[in-house]
Ligand binder design. Sequence first.
Ligand SMILES: [Zn+2]
Length: 329
Amino acid sequence: MRMSAIRWLSSALALALAVLPAGAETATFPARSGSGAGVTAWWQGKVCPGDAVFVRLALGENAPSGKIGGSLEFEKDGKKVGTAEFYEVPDSSGRGRRMALAGIPLSSYLSAGKGTATARLTAGGAEIQPAMMPIEIVAKEFVKETIQLDAANTAIKTNDSDERWRQISKLNKILGTRTDADVFSLAPMLPPTGATRRTSFFADRRIFAYSNGKSSTSLHYGIDYGIPTGSKVRSCAAGKVVLAEMRITTGWSIVIEHLPGLYSLYYHLSKMDVGVGDMVSAGQQIALSGATGLATGPHLHWEMRLNMEAVSPDFFTGDFTFEEAVRNP
Ligand SMILES: [Zn+2]
């Protein structure tokens, strides 16, 4: 009894250590002589496959005025992994610095190893001193599972109707929309339910076994919480509701925009409490959970998309924008 409890505790601890992102790293990259301005950068030195590389920058006092732009690039083993554009965010420390943020989604299939993020910021069209930051990708195991579908769920999964394809293209258009001014939340996100029982995990490698004997493979894009129909569902952060409707595969569905290119998604709901265009606060009730759409039982599916890619929701419950690091240097 005692030994197994200790073994459980130590394996839970090992899991927590493997999953928790490291604290923020920070460094100042001074201006080269005659080149104008330097930057101070915040980033995470260690992230996992399926997380994201976020970098926050504060411009030096001599930075040119005008619109902030430029790009962040992440490279590993000499290959470009991804890029993203910077957008302006407020300096919540009260020091009045001009600040920028950018985030690159990382595939859950990315291998472990060391990489480099390079920020090439511009202000008023002028280039600022580039900042280069070492980032290590730490290996993470993902679950493999086979899910048996009955005839009704098989029909949903293999639905090839125009209506379903219209729904998919509408959602993709929303998730591909990136509006620089839409900075609604920089705080660490809250889980959308108080329940902690997870019936599926982010990036599970799935095989769907159909009722007709055929099968297909897919990746699970979010976290499933096993909660009874009618449980409260809360927005994980402040934002704007950009989709709230019935969909063939995902049932009653809500999508909320939080930052340029960053969205949270809630599926299989039974009752909707918000509509498109509504502004919501962090923790605000937006719906009741259910089992609508493709579901083998009542559950809440919570998903995060960054620049269209599904990323680990758990990543966003940490200080991913470095808001706390900036406030408490
Ligand atoms: Zn799910």
